[in-house]
Design a protein around this ligand. Sequence first.
Ligand code: GUN
Length: 283
Amino acid sequence: MAVLLDGKAGAARVKAEVAKEVEQIKAKGKNVTLAVVIVGDDPASRVYVNNKKKDCAEVGIISEEYALPADTKQEKLISLVKELNERSDINGILVQLPLPKPLDEKAVINTIAVQKDVDAFHPVNVGRIMIGEYDFLPCTPAGVMELIKYAGISVEGKNCVVVGRSNIVGKPMAMLLLHKNGTVTICHSRTQNLKDITSKADILVVAIGKAKFVTADMVKEGAVVIDVGMNRLPNGKLCGDVDFEAVSQKASYITPVPGGVGPMTRAMLLKNTIKAAKLQYNL
Ligand code: GUN
């Protein structure tokens, strides 16, 4: 049975560090504030935003919610973001995605000040990740790296396979593994002979959004398996992209779902917010 990579414990450690840093910033007479923008009433987005606000409160970060109606005009949203960019009391800005149609997500993200972009979605921050000179890392890949680091797992020289190529998870995940000197392969929906590739992975990261997609025959004995998936089964239970029961018998380390990558993603947003505050206050 694989060792569990415990995201709850990892997140608690990150939060404790962040809380300490918030105290240090407060001791200098300054606050740390995150602006969270939500447009419309998507129930999943509402849950995410509420969780982010709760996380902020836990570590002493102030969160300000800007809830706009679903029929908000593009210009209105852009002007709110610009206003938040200008405010010296706002350190980080997060616009919850997806935005209701016909709002233009790209245009909104491109408007967020690079130094306040705690999601690391702005093209400048994405580019900085490519060259390895970044202030912010996207929260999920950063959380995965933190889990790997805490467990004392070395990436150097390892065969790392990332399944999924999204801009938010798959692509930056591959870059971060590469920065740690992993030999990285990115697989996706058009990949041929997927099993041949995944079964050679020392470190396998799966982020495709298909319940129990990765089965034991696709995994090498002793592999480190990181499951970024979060799928709802017909019975209402949450499950990842990996068939946990079977794969955990074969892997050396594995993340549970829930309780693996998810809590780490949430914690890394707090870390990015601290980073933004430090940049802004020249600390
Ligand atoms: N929607 C789903 N995940 C995310 C995220 O990490 N950040 C934002 N802003 N929206 C999301």
